[in-house]
Design a protein around this ligand. Structure first.
Ligand SMILES: [Zn+2]
Length: 469
């Protein structure tokens, strides 16, 4: 049975003000309910106005996902009754979304269809104090601008779903429409998943709501695939439910059954006329589009960077910015990519940091790479220096202060090689029948030089002194 997966992603736009009023949108750290006004509190007589910047950002994002943009788009009221919605409805979009019919390509080359991309306002936040018999409402987030993106059910594995989200995040950051940071609630996802037997129509799907990390998206899908497969293979049936994800227990749980699903009674927002998007405006937005990750990937390929490395860097905005600055000064862009995707990524993961939060600069990394490239230090020494370089130490100064320079002076190494040959006559005697035994001598020379002898030079000297090819 094949999994059929679709995603619904919410991105908080990084506009200064909210979607339909002038209140500050980024309210992180502010006192509860301090960034509110009659519009976002839903007071009678207040009227919404459309935030033009939010529309432009949503247009830019839609175009980046290859969506079609209609000449006229429309806001609708989505009616529901809940304490986080002061107006008892949310202004959203319904049958005339801002973008539709796009796609996003995965590493495999598979294109995942984007059904729609629309603008809406966020809800407030409920706070449930421990042991209290009441809840608190904070409306700072109410009315903030959101993009909702809905995919076709084109994804087939939990890994693909995760990769899709990584790419959406990278695109949102690259075109500067959202911080798209799941930890801060700036990117949230709902997934829907069903299983189908080959050549059968779609099975019954369930929805898992409010996933706030890429890992929980992947885990909840893995869990649901197992659960549904077991149920179907045992002759059972899937019911079309809405589920939540229990992070502690790593399992899904029932939120509501199909019968409980709300009817939102959508109707056109009477306080906002349909919004015209003329071709001049749209082409201005297209012209101001920053470079997309896919274009970056191709540009890195043209610099000689392997596709695997180019893909990873291009779809991580912080890494890409760093790479661009370092590669501009480097003779060897692939070496920069190797460091970023290898030891530096390892160090960042171990310290749970992003590259921009470290003292490493593009100039320091370029310097380290150049020291290896021109034979001043070995790759091994460079790896040993990395932790200090990550904290801002200049590699050339470390090399100088500690006398780590590789010895490439052949007279000095030559004497060392001769001494090792003289002291190891037993090994030397076996080399004629076993040429690989020369490696034992090489190792010894490197040890005696305390790792500072240039290995290629040592090998050349050993070969010539022993009369090897
Ligand atoms: Zn407001």
């Amino acid at each position: 049975m094949e999994p059929v997966i679709g995603l619904e992603v919410h991105l908080a736009l990084n506009t200064k003000s909210k979607m339909f009023c002038a209140c500050r949108a980024d309210t992180f750290g502010l006192a509860p309910n301090s960034s509110t006004c009659p519009v976002c509190l839903g007071l009678p007589g207040s009227l919404p106005t459309i935030n033009r910047k939010a529309v432009e950002k949503a247009l830019r994002f839609s175009l980046a996902l290859h969506c079609q943009v209609p000449e006229t788009t429309q806001f609708h009221r989505k009616n529901y009754y809940y304490p986080d919605a002061p107006k008892n409805y949310q202004i959203s979009q319904y049958d005339r979304p801002l973008g539709a019919g796009g796609f996003l390509e995965l590493t495999s080359g598979r294109r995942i269809g984007i059904t729609r991309c629309h603008l809406e306002e966020d809800a407030g936040r409920l706070v449930h104090p421990a042991y209290a018999d009441y809840s608190l409402v904070d409306l700072n987030r109410a009315g903030a601008a959101l993009i909702e993106l809905v995919t076709e059910p084109d994804l087939r594995t939990p890994e693909e779903a995760r990769e899709f989200l990584v790419r959406v995040q990278a695109i949102a950051q690259a075109v500067e429409v959202s911080d798209a940071n799941p930890e801060e609630g700036k990117m949230r996802a709902d997934v829907n998943i069903s299983l189908r037997r080959p050549s059968e129509p779609l099975g019954t799907k369930v929805e898992v709501k409010n996933l706030n990390s890429f890992k929980s998206v992947q885990r909840s899908l893995e869990y649901e695939i197992k659960r549904q497969r077991r149920l179907l293979e045992g002759g059972g049936r899937i019911s079309q439910d809405t589920l939540g994800w229990d992070e502690g227990g790593q399992k899904t749980f029932l939120l509501r059954t199909k019968e409980e699903t709300a009817d939102y009674r959508y109707f056109p927002e009477p306080d906002l006329p349909p919004l015209q998007i003329d071709s001049t405006w749209l082409s201005q937005v297209q012209k101001a589009m920053p470079e997309l990750p896919e274009a970056k990937r191709q540009r890195y390929g043209a610099l000689g960077v392997r596709d695997y490395d180019a893909s990873i860097i291009a779809y991580d905005v912080a890494l890409a910015n760093f790479f661009d600055a370092a590669a501009a000064q480097a003779r060897n862009p692939q070496a920069i990519a190797n460091w970023l995707n290898g030891d530096i990524s390892g160090w960042l993961n171990a310290h749970n940091l992003t590259i921009s939060a470290t003292a490493l600069t593009p100039a320091l990394l370029t310097e380290l790479v150049a020291l290896v490239d021109d034979g001043t230090i070995s790759g091994k020494t460079a790896k040993e220096l990395l932790p200090e370089v990550m904290q801002g130490a200049a590699p050339s100064r470390l090399v100088e202060a500690r006398g780590l320079k590789q010895v490439s002076d052949s007279a000095e190494i030559s004497a060392l090689v001769e001494a090792v040959i003289a002291n190891n006559s037993a090994i030397v005697a076996t080399i004629k029948t076993n040429p690989k035994a020369v490696n034992a001598l090489l190792g010894q020379v490197l040890r005696e030089s305390r790792g500072k002898a240039n290995p290629e030079l040592v090998r050349a000297l050993l070969n010539s002194k022993l009369g090897l090819g």
